[in-house]
Design a protein around this ligand. Structure first.
Ligand code: MG
Ligand code: MG
Ligand code: MG
Length: 306
């Protein structure tokens, strides 16, 4: 049998990355392409697990790297430094993503669907509709979960009218109360007790490099910022370890209050001056009111000041 096309999202997978990879597999299969397989590049977080448990389904298989010439479909990312090891030598046949396009190139033509929506699942939802393919409960729950996660129940500034429309429709198909299900799912993701400080700073971390400055912006969701700050000393210790191991210039950890839509940031590294162009750090920290989005708020705040 021909080798399967692998479908995966970014490293440190979030709910959109996992669920949209699974939905893309379902969509391909419903179109008659069964030679596809969703996989993942890291551990499933508790928020995503809540959605999988709700559906009583297993997470995709974990892979570490891709072989040369492997056919792949990238979901929810395109930057190679957020992708599988070996991606430079894989054969990317399709991308479905809602991020900026950066450090991306292929040697052959490909399908590329980019939309500046709040979530990859919203793009997939539109694909189902455009192609007249029926959306069943399973994929409806997966897509709804992804949209709830990426848009923080439509409260993030990344939310578009397309996400709102998709989530409304998907909630109806799935037969779930979006607000009740969504809050429970988001809260499941804020249970941080089982994680070490080292795990916490890697749970949802993304690397960026701009003008030679190496940055990491990590994010943890919580319902109580003071609760997370009880671990500040150890979190900072792990951030410092990561900085010296990877030669990072700026490491920002955003502790995001999903109920009140604020983020407390901790910033460390030899380039904290980049952050201080926007806000004053006290004890390495600042409270950013109304900031919940890495993509639309934190990343531009860093990049524009490098
Ligand atoms: Mg993502
Ligand atoms: Mg996403
Ligand atoms: Mg996210």
């Amino acid at each position: 049998m021909e080798e399967k096309i692998l479908i995966f999202g970014h490293k440190n997978p979030d709910t959109d990355t996992i669920c949209s990879s699974m939905v893309k597999q379902i969509l391909c299969e419903k179109e008659g392409n069964t030679n596809v397989k969703a996989v993942r590049l890291g551990n499933v977080n508790k928020e995503t697990q809540y959605a999988l448990d709700y559906l009583q389904i297993e997470a995709p298989e974990l892979i570490e790297k891709v072989e040369e010439g492997q056919k792949v479909i990238l979901i929810d990312h395109n930057e190679f430094n957020q992708s599988a090891d070996g991606i430079e030598n894989a054969k990317i046949i399709e991308v479905v993503d809602h991020h900026r396009i950066c450090n991306f190139q292929t040697t052959e033509p490909l399908y590329y669907t980019a939309r500046p929506f709040g979530c990859t699942a919203t793009i997939l939802y539109q694909e189902f509709v455009a192609k007249g393919i029926e959306i069943e409960k399973k994929e409806a729950v997966l897509m709804a979960s992804a949209i709830i996660s990426d848009t923080l129940l439509l409260k993030s500034p990344t939310t578009t009218k397309y996400d709102e429309k998709a989530l409304g429709e998907l909630g109806r198909i799935a037969g779930i109360d979006i607000n009740k299900y969504g809050l429970e799912m988001l809260k499941a993701g804020t249970d941080l007790d089982d994680f070490s400080e080292k795990e916490l700073i890697n749970l949802d971390a993304k690397k960026f490099e701009s003008k030679g400055v190496k940055c990491v912006i990590a994010q943890v969701n919580t319902v109580s910022i003071p609760d997370v700050l009880k671990r500040k000393e150890k979190l900072e210790e792990e951030m410092k370890n990561a900085i010296s191991e990877n030669g990072t210039d700026l490491f920002v950890l955003a502790i995001t209050d999903i109920l009140n839509s604020n983020s407390q940031i901790i910033a460390l590294g030899n380039r904290v001056d980049i952050i201080e162009k926007t806000c004053k750090l006290e004890d390495n920290m600042a409270l950013l009111e109304g900031v919940v989005s890495r993509k639309k708020q934190l990343l531009p705040m860093v990049e524009n000041n490098i």
